[in-house]
Design a protein around this ligand. Structure first.
Ligand code: ADP
Length: 353
């Protein structure tokens, strides 16, 4: 009788071998993909084990090692060697002016034990140079554009007050004034985004927001002739400790928007109240409103709501982004509610003084 192969005994090891080979194959494939991914990223990446021995370095890191002074780079890479959590440092390398950002994080195994760390270096030189250029440009705008605009505004106001103008001439001068105010607001909004240099610091003082609102109401009433701008001054003072100039900028932006985005006119109601520990100022209009699906973007820089009605209305999408930054700088917040075709209410909260 010929011996039959023992399929039960022979089959099991074969299946196990196949499974092992398959798993190994998958692991190889995965590590190939992971490597390709780390190479494809534009950043320089290094992975070291817990003794600091290099396990992986991508091509970009090798290039950087050739381009940058080795000692400086080594110092940069060792700086956070002991960091037990994710850390980020920015370095300006001596001499070359090169700016590198270094992010490092410990690597842990599935049981949470530290097995090494990953280090990511990003070249921020071009980005920082762009920011510097932007700062310089805004500085030029500030000095070369703002000063003549302010005097144009001053002289047109003198002409309107004392010039005895009437009819079309008066209308023409009023248009000059309104357009000057509009451009001045854009310049002022742009100015705030300059991150360094003079004229940008915060000068906090203690004041009653109602006084500031009263002043702005007078100004807006002269220009927003189709709107009924109202403010019922509350009995209690709305005292805050803030930079008055920047707070004026916030209110001006909200009022400008309330006017701009209610082209048919209507009431613009400003209210102020004290609520547990903070002061809330709101500006309500009866204008176009903001569609639900576009609400997320109104506080983003250079972002505008796109509807057929807003297409005709001029703006660059900086006003609300600026308001949000100013308020964040003052530990305040800004928000709104809106109904299309009925109007919007924007409000901001500031800690009470
Ligand atoms: P800009 O008015 O220059 O476009 P803002 O940052 O002030 O920029 O506003 C962003 C967008 O939010 C505007 O383009 C506008 O579509 C919308 N918006 C702001 N305020 C109002 C408002 N009161 N009513 C309706 N839409 C508004």
């Amino acid at each position: 009788m010929t011996a039959q192969p023992d399929t039960a005994r022979d089959g099991i090891p074969r299946e196990r071998d196949l499974l092992l080979a398959l798993t190994r194959n998958r692991q190889d494939r995965f590590s190939q993909i992971a490597r390709a991914g780390l190479e494809a990223l534009g950043d320089a990446i290094q992975i070291v084990d817990s003794r600091g021995e290099e396990l992986f370095a991508n091509e970009r890191l090798r290039e950087l090692q050739k381009e940058v002074d080795r000692d400086q780079l080594a110092e940069l890479m060792d700086a956070d060697a002991e960091a037990t959590c994710r850390s980020r440092t920015e370095w300006e390398l001596d001499g070359s002016g090169r700016v590198l950002e270094c992010v490092t994080a410990p690597l842990k195994d599935s049981l949470g034990a530290r097995v090494g760390r990953i280090l990511v270096l990003r070249d921020l030189t071009a980005e920082r140079a762009g920011e510097r250029l932007q700062d310089e440009l805004i500085s030029i705008v500030s000095h070369e554009l703002r000063t003549p605009l302010v005097s144009t505004l001053g002289f047109t106001n003198v002409l309107l007050r004392d010039g005895g103008l009437a009819g079309e001439t008066r209308q023409a001068v009023e248009t000059i004034r309104d357009e000057t105010v509009r451009v001045l607001r854009i310049v002022d909004n742009l100015l705030h985004f300059r991150r360094s240099g003079d004229g940008f610091s915060r000068h906090p003082s203690r004041f009653d927001l109602s006084d500031m609102i009263d002043e702005q109401v007078v100004i807006f009433r002269t220009t927003a002739v189709r709107h009924d701008v109202r403010f019922e001054r509350p009995e209690e003072p709305l005292e805050v400790e803030a930079d008055r100039e920047w707070m004026t900028q916030v209110l001006t932006n909200l009022l400008t928007n309330a006017v701009k985005y209610s082209p048919a006119g209507g009431t613009i109601a400003i209210a102020g109240e004290r609520r547990d520990g903070h002061i809330r100022v709101s500006v309500r209009d009866e204008g176009l409103g903001i569609p639900e699906d576009q609400r997320d973007k109104v506080f983003e820089k250079f972002s505008r709501v796109e509807t057929p009605e807003t297409e005709e209305i001029e703006g660059i999408g900086l006003g609300l982004a600026l308001c949000r930054e100013i308020l964040a700088d003052h530990e305040g917040t800004i928000d709104f509610e809106s109904a299309v075709g009925h109007g919007s209410t924007f409000w901001f909260d500031l800690p009470a003084a």
